[in-house]
Design a binder for this molecule. Structure first.
Ligand code: ATP
Length: 294
């Protein structure tokens, strides 16, 4: 096993009027380069887990037990609870980056894309010259499928899909080893969503980072994930490779979740059963939707 992240018996409470046990003794290992899907209905604790991993939780949330350990490529372990302040901020961008659902709306409206991307390098790679920064920003944008001449654009001049790609570019700027994506494409239309997902799976093969991909959209997870964890009421109730989870679900809740997506039981679920992420199939789906739109 070659894991990059170990989550060990992690528990998170919200100390509100009544205490909510949002995450309960969750243990997970993320393998280097894998896409791990995290599925479950609204309120089951997916986002809380993501925030807890990256130590972005704010009161009234509190980690009450457990730890998260990052295994560097160089062979040393970092217990995230030992980091604070600047070290934690640097770690977050450098090693583990996050993309949220509404991320595209967090671009600064009065700054050009180039300035916002360059800022990442000014802060985290101060040794780079201006010319090196410029060229890296151009490469970054092209990597996520956006033309480098869009560097001069302001956020409002880009579509939602493009802005979300810019956010993904920004998350990848320092070549992190783990990318946590919480509903990163939910706000986008289906065609754009498909294109971005394809980009993410391609970049993962190219750059070798691991992904924790969070969504309530189980069919989508079955397509893109190597393994899937099903979460319910703060607990991981089942964790298996995507095909086994689909074809031989063990937990009654997983069965119920699967049966709540008719597309998985009808003909269109066929591609999932092959166990392969077929880009042709994805293409067909995109084409079908494009036809519908016309
Ligand atoms: N600030 C808060 N104060 C109190 N309880 C909270 C707070 N934030 C979340 N919770 C509770 O914690 C539980 C887990 O919420 P969380 O947002 O992590 O779930 P989720 O699976 O990500 O849901 P969604 O898919 O809707 O984002 C829920 O019961 C929620 O009501």
């Amino acid at each position: 096993m070659n894991s990059v992240l170990s989550i060990e018996s992690l528990s998170v409470d919200y100390l509100a009027e009544t205490t909510v046990h949002a995450v309960r003794e969750v243990s997970l290992t993320l393998e280097r380069g894998e896409i791990l899907g995290l599925a479950g209905e609204s309120g089951c604790g997916k986002s809380t887990l993501a925030y807890a991993i990256t130590r972005l939780l704010k009161p009234p949330a509190r980690i009450t037990a457990g730890r998260v350990v990052f295994a560097s490529r160089e062979g040393y372990d970092i217990d995230l609870s030992s980091l604070a302040g600047d070290d934690l901020r640097a770690f977050r961008w450098d090693k583990i980056a996050m993309v949220f659902q509404g991320a595209m709306n967090s671009l600064n409206p009065v700054l050009r894309i180039s300035e916002q991307l360059e800022d990442v390098y000014i802060t985290h790679r101060p040794e780079l010259t201006k010319a090196e920064r410029r060229s890296r920003c151009g490469e970054l944008l092209e990597r996520v499928g956006v033309d480098r001449d869009r560097l001069r654009a302001y956020p409002h001049e880009l579509s939602g899909g493009m802005r979300q790609r810019v956010m993904i570019a920004m998350a990848l700027a320092l070549e992190p080893q783990v990318l946590i994506m919480d509903e990163p494409t939910t706000a986008l239309d289906v065609v754009v969503q498909r294109e971005i997902l394809r980009e993410i799976t391609r970049l993962r093969s190219e750059l070798g980072f691991a992904v924790i991909f969070i969504t309530h959209d189980l069919p989508l997870l079955l397509e893109i994930s190597d393994r899937i964890a099903v979460m319910r009421a703060g607990l991981i109730v089942e964790l298996d490779d995507a095909l086994t989870l689909y074809s031989k679900p063990k937990h009654p809740y997983t069965k119920r979740l699967l049966s709540s997506f008719p597309s998985l039981t009808g003909e269109r679920g066929g591609f999932v059963r092959t166990g392969e992420l077929s880009l042709d199939e994805t293409e067909q789906t995109v084409e079908a939707v494009e036809m519908e739109i016309q």
